[in-house]
Design a protein around this ligand. Structure first.
Ligand code: NAD
Ligand code: UD1
Length: 348
């Protein structure tokens, strides 16, 4: 029995492979490497001290997926594969709907053909749009998304709900991630964004390591304690653990459709300036910043009520903002150019 991990070479996927391996689960990674490299898998393999089965392929490639499902006895899928750059999705919506939505449809079709009826899907807090209050609960309205990336996540959630209605033996878990940051404590794997990072943590890290001059803080006039945006940052290792808990749940007799969508966050709101201060403390480096205009589409505050995940999955986050900053810094300072440089494991 194996789990298929689509997008397993990426940032969250690679960390999840370690958690799966620690839990004794067997898996095969399926990835087209459009936003990752096999270097991450090599490094995970070193950490877990085991070879990783890897099948290169695209989720939209039905024949390739059929080959993989025919080769392995796949019990469940964790579906990370997707494009995630919000700005790019506004410029190229069809690319996002094709890759994310169409890719998921093809995957689901092949799963149906091979009678694989369990999936854990990577959704995002972005499906809530601008929430009317915080903390956000799973039953808050969804769908008022502000960009094609977010809409693609919402559409996939709806598709999964419809499949569950049509087939009561099909089990889907939707994990709505808040803001994943941090890296594995080894400092050998982490987030490796292409070009100029859009997200806060990789940008701060690159300022601290000297790759960028200063951080632009998008807005200092929000209705928050210090005027900057508040988010729920979650350590990627805690997030990885949520997937193990989701698989335990989906493979237990406790699974219930009414309890299958979960917020995965810490429940703690942290401002941009809080993050800057925490990162400076963790790295011992100055992070110069300038407050600039708000970024279009940003909201003031977003943090989770994750009590359902605690109650049903037995999951809660354990790592602090300090851990997130220390681990991001270790990854960034050991690998200023991400996976493009080879890593000397003898040095750790
Ligand atoms: P990532 O880009 O690092 O990983 C995604 C992986 O999927 C990459 O390895 C990429 O090569 C692969 N991929 C993309 N399209 C594919 C396709 N058509 N076929 C096969 N492989 C494909 O991103 P991540 O941060 O690890 O995110 C994983 C998932 O979690 C994504 O679905 C993302 O939308 C979702 N998510 C991420 C965040 C975040 O902040 N990182 C927040 C919420 C949700
Ligand atoms: C963004 C995406 C969201 C996606 C999430 C995780 C948008 C509008 N939303 O969320 O769909 O699920 O990433 O990938 O892009 N900030 C700065 N300066 C920077 C970068 C960010 O001040 O250079 C601020 C932002 O204004 C925000 C906070 O930092 O207040 C976090 O930003 P970011 O890391 O981009 O995440 P989100 O905007 O929450």
């Amino acid at each position: 029995m194996k789990f298929l991990i689509t997008g397993g070479a990426g940032y969250i996927g690679s960390h999840t492979l370690i958690a799966l391996s620690e839990a004794g689960y067997d898996f095969v990674v399926y990835d087209n490497l459009c936003n990752s490299s096999q270097e991450s898998l090599k490094r995970v393999s070193k950490i877990i001290n085991k070879d990783i089965e890897f099948e290169e392929g695209d989720t939209r490639d039905k024949e390739r997926l059929q080959e993989v499902f025919a080769k392995y006895d796949i019990n469940a899928v964790i579906h990370f594969a997707g494009l995630k750059a919000v700005g790019e999705s506004v410029e190229q919506p069809l690319k996002y709907y094709d890759n994310n939505v169409n890719g998921t449809l093809v995957l689901l079709d092949v799963m149906q053909e091979f009678k694989c009826k369990k999936i854990v899907f990577s959704s995002s807090a972005t499906v809530y749009g601008d929430p009317s209050s915080t903390p956000i609960e799973e039953n808050f309205p969804v769908g008022a998304t502000t960009n094609p990336y977010g809409t693609s996540k919402y559409m996939i959630e709806r598709i999964l709900e419809d499949i569950v209605i049509s087939d009561s033996s099909f089990q889907a878990i939707i994990l709505r991630y808040f803001n994943p940051v941090g890296a594995h404590e080894s400092g050998t794997i982490g987030e490796d964004p292409n070009g100029i990072p859009n997200n806060l943590m990789p940008f701060i890290s690159q300022v601290a390591v000297g790759k960028r001059e200063f951080l632009s803080v998008f807005g200092g006039d929000y209705d928050t304690e210090d005027g900057t945006g508040v988010r729920d940052y979650i350590h990627v290792v805690d997030l990885a653990d949520a997937h193990v808990k989701a698989l335990n749940y989906i493979n237990s007799n406790k699974y219930e459709t009414k309890n299958s969508t979960f917020n995965i966050g810490t429940g703690i709101g942290c401002s941009v300036l809080d993050m800057v201060k925490a990162f400076e403390k963790a790295s011992g480096k100055k992070v110069p910043y300038k407050i600039v205009q708000r970024r279009a589409g940003d909201i003031a505050k977003c943090f989770a009520d994750s009590s359902l995940a605690k109650e049903v999955l037995g999951w809660s986050a354990s790592k602090t903002i300090e851990d997130m900053c220390i681990d991001s810094w270790r990854w960034q300072s050991n690998n200023p150019d991400g996976y493009s440089q080879s890593f000397n494991f003898k040095n750790i």
